[in-house]
Design a protein around this ligand. Structure first.
Ligand SMILES: Cc1cc2nc3c(=O)[nH]c(=O)nc-3n(C[C@H](O)[C@H](O)[C@H](O)COP(=O)(O)O)c2cc1C
Length: 207
């Protein structure tokens, strides 16, 4: 089984960030369970190059590519192949400004590609990805989404990801919400410890 961890925290090397703390728990539990083929993309690390959807990306189909376009095109194929060949994907993300972080959108732009992960029929999109691929989405947030009315109305991050996975034909996404981290009434450490236990349970019982 191939596992991919996608780390989405802009503060990519800060071990105290909640999503980075949970990545450590996740990887430790995976290795305990015998998963050894684990790859990591730390999206905000300078070592992790993700082509951006810009003028150049629209040029990929042309016969003559600039050196930058050639480099980006190769990298896109690499990311796409890695995604396609992965059985289990963990996405560790903080919620920033009520949306997925922008580098993750850049990543999505490299894998949601017509005739690769989905195809277009006249009035519908058909997913070409492995429907059994397992996605575990660990989303940390300062606010709470099941109680605060302003938050409930802005709760489309999870729907977006679920929707875009559905376009590719992946029907199941497991969500671990680690929420209320910045609320004074809450005990942050306790929320993190509970999240570690929940993540361990997901790995032990569902993978
Ligand atoms: C720039 C920025 C934007 C944020 N936007 C939101 C938000 O829209 N909704 C929310 O619930 N929390 C928001 N937060 C709080 C983070 O989601 C929360 O602090 C994080 O998930 C956990 O903390 P850590 O990443 O510092 O470890 C934001 C934090 C920052 C720094």
């Amino acid at each position: 089984m191939n596992v991919l961890q996608i780390l989405c925290h802009p503060d990519f090397d800060n071990k105290n960030r909640v999503s980075n703390i949970l990545t450590l728990t996740g990887e430790t539990e995976l290795r305990k369970k015998g998963f050894n083929n684990i790859k990591t993309l730390n999206l905000y690390s300078p070592d992790c190059y993700i082509p951006v959807m810009d003028k150049h990306m629209f040029n990929y189909e042309n016969k003559k590519l600039t050196p930058k376009e050639q480099k980006d095109c190769i990298r896109q194929k690499e990311l796409l192949t890695q995604w396609k060949n992965t059985d289990i994907i963990f996405i560790y993300m903080p919620l920033h400004n009520f949306n997925i972080v922008s580098k993750f959108k850049d990543y999505i732009d490299n894998i949601v590609i017509v005739n690769e992960t989905f195809e277009c029929e006249i009035e519908t999109l058909i997913g070409l990805d492995n429907p059994d691929k397992k996605i575990i989405f660990i989303l940390t947030s300062g606010g709470e989404f099941d109680s605060h009315i302003q938050y409930i109305n802005l709760d489309f991050t999870v729907d977006y990801l679920r929707g875009i996975l559905g376009v590719m034909g992946i029907n199941h996404m497991q969500l671990l919400r680690v929420q209320g981290l910045d609320l004074e009434k809450n005990n942050k450490e306790k929320i993190i410890e509970t999240a570690k236990m929940d993540l361990t349970k997901i790995i032990k019982e569902t993978l």
